[in-house]
Design a protein around this ligand. Structure first.
Ligand code: ADP
Ligand code: ZN
Ligand code: ZN
Length: 829
């Protein structure tokens, strides 16, 4: 038998399957998805089997054999192997990078597999040869490698034993993962009666006799520490019994369950409102039909989306299929987890990045071993190794954190759609403020569909008819005119004071994404924008130039505003720390919790702050984006946004969309309970449509305006983007190579007949912008240049790019230019 293996060497040249012989002893074990160690270039490297074959095109005598099998059961399944290939194709990354993204990091080290016997599951038909049984019984846990070497003919039997539960496996990964073991006392009750045992202990050893009786009564393994605590015995008494062979003390490996010992209040399905019921019926009809349909559930915050998710999942698991729920990392709070655990109990695995490697691995194994039916987690939970997925839910689907920023640069939403197709699973994208891409896709699907079931599912009202809070816009230019130079408007200042008096709480949001260097006039709100791209220019201090990062346009920065000739034109940016200082000055004694990257790096700190705030140990929660999402505190009656504009002026075509989403999100934090809420938004551009429509909670109006802009400027969803970043230590060489690369790309596109500006009416079109210096022009001593590819129609831009990259990187020897490709980039900076 031949195994085709993708070896873990992350270079383009080696990113193809290599053939290996499968040794006889492994033949019962190797399958598609197995992780193996193979000889490669004089070393042994890890790899994944992606195909099994009878024959090889390579001369058999020259083939090397697989050196070791790393897991008794393959960590990946054939559908995940296929998905990884799709990812490498779509996102221009190596196959091995995509495979690596799918397994928990505990499996990336060197794993040792240990086999033990589960005596309680042992039965006559277990089919394990006696010598194997005896060996495991005597030496358990036994290294799998050792077993395989010793009993090469029994691999199939051992594998069957693992499947039926007669054998169990545990894994220890060197360096990566410390297995938690607990010393456990096993009574020898099966082979001996209590009287016989007691007869072996002298009458004066009362402690030992007592202990023994206790063990016979319990008749189950007890952790040593617990036993000592329960009986008041000493470890010496236990050892004495062990010496006589009356008990056995062994290390038992434990599963780390971060939620162990926590009880979750069981929750019953609520009676759905009319609106929820309609949405629920559409979703479950698709789930029952095994229809890989993609729904966009658009519901304002508090409209009862989560309840719909819960009941839809119920329907899915009743079909004996599994469900994946993706939520942004930041929303994966204990409250969120509690709602799922409360409904589905232990059938839920939780995967998020704050888990240790070991914890994460344990949760992953629960899924792999079919002990759970629902996986809830951040982006990478989309790879949960379920076998029959029926439903995939992506909550807050517009969040940019669903896109991975390092290789493989995949978007979980697109991977979800692909995975759903493989499994015949239904996808539900939920959001109050859907991304324009998802909205456009849903509208297209609805237009093309059979007209019976719409891909757009609206939930326009809050449960119980609670109103959305009123939003007040404060024009900061007026504040300046009135002589107020503080970062707080008079209105916000007054509102904060009222909350302090009444003992209510406030949330203050500082839009930190805007911490960059854009130029704005504080008198009239003018910002310098690119005449070709409709995005703001970035100030480069060294050259005193304003630049566009899309097209390379540049102009000299001015000292007076070109609109109103004011001299109050300057670079913008405020830090949370400065806001905190200002608060302390204005309101002596005010209790402020500051949440930003500086105060939340520590594990668990995020939750600690929120708990404190929930317990009303602070008056103000001040923070960046992370205070905007998912929080639900009954005593918050004021939400203030300090500078709504700062995200508007980012050199990013999604700036308006991000601003609208953020303002809508944060406004939803106020007045969620009986106390009415109020929102104050400070801005220099009160007339901008993203601010105005957010004030009215009017997504549709925002959408129409934004779509108009996107169409005019040729941005998604009217085209697709690929960002190619090139880096090198020497600037002249990088410039020269960058130009050559762009020329090669253009020449190739011209030959394919697609090179045309997107503004033209042509069906298939591709536009190549740049190269220009990247927004971060130098990083870790490497200069950075970038090209932006815009395309539309059925142009295979990735294929075109791949072929140019291949011929371009071939000739390069040492000191080569590094290329990084980002397909459908979310962050352009
Ligand atoms: P969303 O996820 O859209 O923000 P939730 O599902 O969290 O909304 O619902 C908001 C609140 O309304 C929650 O407190 C929830 O328990 C409650 N709720 C949801 N659906 C119902 C219902 N059908 N009947 C009564 N209360 C409901
Ligand atoms: Zn001005
Ligand atoms: Zn431009």
């Amino acid at each position: 038998m031949i195994a085709r293996v993708i070896v873990d060497v992350p270079t383009k040249q080696t990113d193809r399957p290599f053939d290996y012989k499968v040794p006889e002893a492994m033949s019962g074990w190797i399958e598609v998805g197995s992780r193996v160690g193979v000889p490669f270039g004089g070393r042994t490297l890890q790899g994944f089997v992606v195909e099994l074959a009878e024959q090889s095109e390579v001369d058999l005598s020259r083939l090397k054999a697989i050196a070791e099998l790393l897991d008794p059961s393959a960590p990946l399944s054939p559908d995940l192997i296929e998905l990884a290939l799709w990812i490498s194709d779509k996102y221009c990354c190596t196959w091995t990078a995509a495979l690596q993204a799918m397994i928990p990091s505990a499996l990336k080290g060197k794993a040792e597999r240990y086999i033990s016997l589960q005596e309680s599951n042992l039965h006559a038909e277990a089919g394990l040869p006696q010598p194997v049984l005896e060996h495991i019984r005597k030496y358990a846990p036994v290294k799998l490698d050792t077993l395989q070497q010793r009993f090469p003919d029994s691999s199939a039997a051992i594998k069957a034993g693992l499947r039926s539960g007669v054998l169990s496996e545990t894994v220890a990964v060197k360096d990566r993962l410390a297995i938690r073991t607990v010393l456990t006392v096993f009574p020898a009750a099966d082979s001996i009666t209590e009287e016989e045992a007691l007869a072996q202990i002298p009458a004066r050893a009362a402690k030992q006799r007592e202990l023994l009786s206790y063990l016979f009564t319990r008749n189950e393994p007890i952790p040593l520490q617990a036993l000592l605590a329960e009986t008041g015995s000493s470890a010496a008494s236990v050892r004495a019994l062990e010496d006589k062979g009356l008990v056995e003390v062994r290390e038992v490996q434990q599963n780390r369950d971060p939620y162990a010992g926590r009880t979750f209040a069981p929750s019953q399905p609520l009676e759905l409102t009319e609106g929820q019921q309609a949405v629920f019926e559409s979703i479950t009809a698709a789930v029952l039909a095994g229809d890989p349909k993609v729904f966009l559930l658009q519901g304002v915050t508090g409209s009862g989306k989560t309840e719909v998710y819960l009941q839809s999942i119920d329907c899915c698991i009743a079909q004996d299929r599994q469900a994946i729920v993706l939520v942004p990392e930041i929303s994966l709070t204990p409250q969120m987890v509690e709602r799922f655990k409360g409904r589905f109990g232990d059938a839920v695995a939780v995967l998020h990045s704050r888990l240790s490697n070991g914890e994460r691995y344990d949760e992953w194994r629960k899924i792999k071993e079919k002990r759970v039916k629902v996986a809830i987690g951040a982006r990478s939970a989309i790879f949960a190794p379920f076998e029959r997925i029926g439903l995939i839910i992506i909550d807050e689907e517009h969040e940019s954190s669903y896109k991975q920023e390092e290789s493989p640069k995949y978007h979980a939403r697109d991977v979800a759609v692909k995975r759903a197709k493989q499994h015949g699973a239904t996808v539900v994208l939920g959001s109050a403020t859907p991304s324009l891409e998802s909205y456009a896709a849903a509208r297209r699907a609805s237009l093309q569909g059979d007209g019976q079931s719409d891909a757009l599912l609206p939930l326009p009202e809050r449960v119980g008819g609670r109103p959305l809070p009123p939003v007040e816009i404060v024009d900061m230019r007026e504040e300046l005119k009135a002589g107020n130079r503080s970062m707080f408007s008079r209105r916000l200042h007054q509102a904060l004071g009222e909350r302090l008096e009444r003992g209510e709480q406030s949330v203050l949001l500082l839009n930190r994404r805007g911490y960059s260097t854009f130029v704005m006039c504080r008198s009239c709100g003018y910002t310098a924008g690119c005449p070709h791209c409709d995005i703001s220019l970035t100030y480069h201090q060294k050259s005193r130039m304003l630049r566009c990062h899309y097209c390379g346009y540049a102009e000299h920065s001015t000292l007076v505003c070109p609109e109103c000739q004011s001299e109050h034109i300057r670079f913008f940016g405020t830090g949370t720390q400065r806001v905190e200082e200002e608060l302390a000055k204005l309101f002596p004694g005010i209790r402020v919790i500051r949440m930003d990257v500086d105060t939340t790096t520590e594990k668990g700190s995020h939750e600690k702050w929120l708990t404190m705030f929930g317990e009303r140990k602070a008056d103000v929660l001040l923070g960046t984006q992370m205070v905007a999402k998912g929080l639900d505190f009954p005593f918050v009656t004021l939400v203030g946004v300090i500078a709504a504009d700062s995200s508007l002026n980012l050199p990013d075509f999604r700036a308006a969309e991000k601003t609208f989403q953020l303002l809508t999100q944060v406004a939803g934090r106020a007045g969620r309970h009986h106390l009415p809420g109020e929102v104050v938004v400070q801005t220099y551009t009160p007339d901008h449509y993203s601010v105005r429509t957010a004030q009215r909670h009017d997504y549709d109006a925002f959408l129409e305006e934004e779509l108009r802009h996107r169409r005019m400027m040729s941005y998604p969803p009217f085209c697709r983007l690929i960002l190619v970043t090139m880096t090198h230590e020497q600037l002249p060489l990088l410039v020269e190579q960058g130009e050559r690369f762009a020329a090669a790309l253009r020449e190739r596109a011209a030959r394919a007949g697609v090179l045309a500006p997107l503004a033209t009416a042509q069906e298939r079109a591709m536009d190549i912008l740049g190269p220009v210096a990247s927004p971060i022009p130098r990083l870790k001593d490497r200069y950075r240049f970038q090209c932006m590819i815009k395309y539309r129609g059925n142009v295979d831009a990735t294929e075109l790019l791949r072929s140019v990259l291949a011929s371009f990187t071939e000739g390069q020897q040492q000191g080569k230019v590094l290329f990084s490709v980002d397909v459908d980039p979310q962050v352009i900076m």
